[in-house]
Design a protein around this ligand. Structure first.
Ligand SMILES: Nc1nc2c(ncn2[C@@H]2O[C@H](COP(=O)(O)OP(=O)(O)OP(=O)(O)O)[C@@H](O)[C@H]2O)c(=O)[nH]1
Ligand SMILES: [Mg+2]
Length: 455
């Protein structure tokens, strides 16, 4: 049976050193309870990372509470080295020990039952002799083991810890569960695969599966953005009215509905994006999430979408400026920016004016009366704003540790740099796609045009 062959790792150590955080990060599970209160985890909890061709188990455990006393009890059993694993077994089944040392019984049980050991320490606090009893107890099990140094606040004592740990563990690694990106997690899993040869094939398969899954997550994100930008670019709000003047009167209401729909649609996409990456505590996270400035905060559009210089290039690349102007824009756009003031681009407000969003139109209906219509969006920077915001969020969410319970902190947006980094021909494809979106024309290969922006 697959379950019997699964590699199992008990994550053990002092209380409050990030054991649960490591389990949460590696299992991509944001359900694991993490807290600054020492002694949060009271019962051993097993989490299975299940993949198509492999998988493994992580067991979160309570921290050691009375290691010195436990070690004394073990010594009192008078066992020689060959009998020590049996003594540990006796310890976890002894009813007096269960009463006296519930935490140690709970954390040693999975190890006695065959789990390998991941011993977690904090690299921001000094090493101390009190840890020796813990490591000695673990050594009695004879199980495969490695140590993880979690630099919770700093790396100040990492070297000191390494010297101490290497005497007890063959493998010692620094691993920060809050910051470990996907690649670092994979590196750690590779180390796990060397701990026990019986598990190495299954763990190698798991690594392969996780890499495939990561690629699928990226593809799903691109498809999600593609649908989002299409929906937002084509949306319109309509309302039947009796007279054209009535249409003017309801314009503020239509605008409100229009903005509401657009914002909701974007928020929904962000939730879906979080779900793709396994951040299911969306209520908590969504409340905490510090979304980019309001979608309709147009003053921010040159930050989230293209800047003015890039818009000049986009305008020329899509033919809005004509061929000669294109060369000038590619050569350097300072001339073009100057020329804008002279009204070179007839439709410049759609390109550069943040005021021009969506128009109200009124049309007579065949059955009588009129239809007031707001939208679709007119602003040429709009699709880039949507793409820029989404890509920024994607970068944050796809790297977000599942142990992180903080608000999503947004750093500088690099969308404009990403556009700049594209090959000129790819840039032009993007600009042409955005132009088609604004002109309500379908873009067949939108996903493949958006893909290079995610690199
Ligand atoms: N900044 C930072 N904080 C961390 C890191 N790892 C853990 N913490 C914090 O340290 C505290 C304890 O983390 P837990 O993962 O709950 O620790 P634990 O070892 O499971 O604790 P117990 O279950 O109480 O034994 C929490 O407040 C975490 O947010 C880290 O790498 N960086
Ligand atoms: Mg815990």
């Amino acid at each position: 049976m697959k379950a019997n062959k699964l590699a199992r790792f008990a994550v053990v150590g002092h209380p409050n050193k990030g054991k649960s955080s490591i389990v949460s990060t590696l299992s991509h599970n944001d359900d694991v309870v993490i807290s600054s209160r020492s002694g949060t985890t009271e019962k051993a909890e097993s989490i299975t990372v299940d993949t198509a061709n492999g998988g493994y188990q992580l067991i979160d455990t309570p921290g050691f509470q009375r290691p010195v006393k436990v070690l004394r009890w073990l010594h009192e059993q008078g066992a020689n080295a060959s009998e020590r694993a049996k003594v540990l077994e006796k310890f976890v089944h002894d009813s007096d020990c269960q009463k006296q040392f519930p935490d140690e019984v709970e954390l040693l049980k999975p190890i006695v039952n065959g789990a390998a050991i991941l011993y977690v320490v904090d690299g921001s606090h000094p090493y101390g002799a009190e840890y020796e009893a813990e490591m000695e107890i673990l050594r009695w099990s004879g199980q495969p083991s490695m140590a993880l140094i979690n630099p919770i606040e700093s790396v100040d004592y990492v070297d000191e810890w390494k010297s101490a740990l290497l005497q007890y563990f063959k493998s010692v690694q620094v691993f920060n569960p809050m910051k470990a990106d996907f690649e670092k997690q994979i590196t750690l899993l590779k180390t796990f695969s060397h701990l026990n040869s019986a598990w190495s094939d299954a763990l190698q398969n798991t690594i392969g599966d996780l890499q495939v899954q990561r690629q699928q997550q990226l593809e799903q994100s691109i498809a999600l953005l593609s649908r989002l930008v299409e929906d937002l670019c084509e949306h319109r709000e309509t309302q039947k009215v009796l007279t054209p003047s009535q249409a003017e009167k309801i314009k503020p209401m239509l605008e409100k509905q229009y903005h509401h729909w657009m914002r909701e649609r974007e928020t929904q996409a962000v939730r879906e994006l979080m779900a793709i990456y396994g951040h299911f505590q969306s209520d908590v996270v969504a409340q905490q999430i510090d979304l980019p400035p309001d979608l309709f905060d147009c003053g921010q559009w040159f930050i989230w979408g293209l800047d003015k210089k890039q818009l000049v290039y986009a305008a020329t690349a899509t033919g809005a400026l004509g061929g000669a102007a294109l060369d000038a824009a590619v050569a350097g756009s300072s001339f073009m920016l100057g020329a804008l003031g002279g009204g070179l681009i007839g439709a410049s407000s759609a390109w550069f004016g943040a005021d021009k969003l969506a128009d109200l139109s009124v049309q007579g209906l065949p059955v009588g009366g009129y239809e007031a219509r707001l939208g679709p969006i007119k602003n040429r920077n709009f699709p880039y704003v949507v793409i820029g915001r989404f890509i920024h969020l994607h970068a944050q969410i796809s790297q977000r540790s599942h142990a992180s319970r903080d608000a999503l902190a947004l750093d500088a947006n690099d969308f404009q740099q990403r556009v700049q980094n594209l090959e000129k021909s790819t840039q032009r494809e993007l600009h042409q796609a955005c132009e088609r979106l604004i002109k309500q024309r379908p873009v067949d290969n939108l996903e493949s045009i958006l893909t290079p922006l995610f690199n």
